[in-house]
Design a protein around this ligand. Structure first.
Ligand SMILES: [Zn+2]
Length: 374
């Protein structure tokens, strides 16, 4: 038996970690089951009742193997501008329909449909407004929801009742802005969750501090922990967009997690090269040497531009600035060897909501890149 599988059995037992009963019968009675390959794929809905009396049905898939085992949730797009997980979940459904050998998977590709429809992080945000302007509609902090709360809290409540509380393991899929690399977020020392994070193949991993138990609403992974389950976050690179490279990374991460839990056959596909823990001590800041327009360099020996997560060697060109004062071309080079955590300046730290914040005009001493050493 390979180590991850053995660890899982030790930590959780084969039937999952103390979650609410499966409720299969109740769902089977009202949901349409479609046979797809070896396993049954069920399309079901979480129905939220909104403040104005209206309802919204969020669709999800459930795939059952018929064999006892963990129940894995993949939930994407709690934030409506972070949508690459939608396609990851769609592809995971295709894989699990054919290949699931134990347990079940619960797949919510568009968790926050109201925010997706307005194409913003949260449903109540206006143009140029980042997350902090939301008045209580950040779904990520709304768990387990509230049937008497605002519409986002009601939506979280409906998803919890229909999906989350039935799951032993959860992956909450988000996206950083496209100047940042993909990474996995996990609570340090939470063994069931670290089993999941150890199976992902993002270059970066960031360990979150253990948070004290809260009596108020919190994140999805925190809710999973409180219930004795496992939960992590994966952040892909790029909001408002769908990138094949990121989707493939996401599918590998999710299939690896399913393999580590024994839901799919085979060994997890290893990350090529090192896993890099992002800590302040290992993070080197590259400041803009002057004001002007920044152009990123090409990867060595290619015609492709450098992107976050790429490895750069000390002295390697990261790009250049056409200086505004005298039109000199001013090179920007990597001060250390390491992996690019950030490339390009995110002005005012609001480029998840603002196009001007992503503009390549860069002022002197702005952060142009962050490089994390091994
Ligand atoms: Zn997010």
């Amino acid at each position: 038996m390979e180590p991850n599988r053995r660890n899982f059995l030790r930590l959780a037992g084969t039937a999952g970690i103390g979650v609410v009963g499966s409720g299969w019968g109740r769902y089977a009675a009202r949901a349409g089951a479609v046979s797809s390959g070896a396993n049954t794929v069920t399309l079901d809905h979480a129905e939220a009742k909104f403040e104005d009396g209206g309802t919204l049905r969020i669709p999800f898939w459930r795939i059952e193997s018929g064999v006892a085992g963990p129940s894995l949730l993949a939930l994407a797009a709690q934030h409506g501008n972070e949508v690459q997980g939608v396609e990851v979940v769609r592809r995971l459904k295709e894989v699990c329909a054919r290949q699931l050998i134990a347990g079940s998977v619960w797949l919510v590709p568009m968790a926050n449909l109201p925010a997706i429809r307005v194409r913003r992080h949260s449903v109540d945000l206006g143009p140029e407004q980042p997350n902090k302007f939301s008045k209580g509609h950040n779904m990520q902090q709304a768990w387990p929801g509230n049937p008497e709360g605002n519409d986002t809290e009601r939506l979280a409540y409906a998803l919890d009742r229909a999906v989350v509380r039935h799951c032993s393991h959860a992956v909450d899929i988000h996206c950083w802005n496209h100047f940042l690399a993909a990474e996995t977020l996990v609570t340090r020392g939470h063994a069931p969750s670290e089993l999941l994070s150890s199976a992902t193949t993002t270059r970066f991993i960031n360990y979150l501090p253990v948070s004290p138990p809260l009596d108020k609403a919190s994140s999805l992974y925190d809710l999973m922990h409180r219930r004795g389950g496992a939960g992590i976050v994966i952040e892909f690179s790029g909001q408002y967009q769908m990138q094949e490279r990121q989707v493939q990374l996401g599918l590998t991460c999710m299939m690896n997690i399913a393999k580590a839990l024994g839901l799919l056959a085979g060994e997890p596909e290893p990350l090529e090269g090192p896993r890099v823990e992002r800590t302040p001590a290992k993070t080197h800041t590259v400041l803009a040497p002057c004001s002007g327009v920044f152009m990123t360099a090409l990867k060595k020996g290619t015609t492709e531009q450098l992107i976050p997560a790429d490895f750069v060697e000390q002295g390697q060109p990261l790009g250049h600035i056409l200086r505004e004062s005298d039109l000199e071309t001013v090179p920007v080079v990597a001060p250390v060897s390491g992996y690019l955590w950030q490339l390009n300046a995110c002005h005012g730290n609001v480029c998840d909501a603002s196009l001007p914040a992503q503009h390549p005009y860069t002022e002197r001493a702005e952060t142009l890149a962050l490089i994390v050493t091994r």
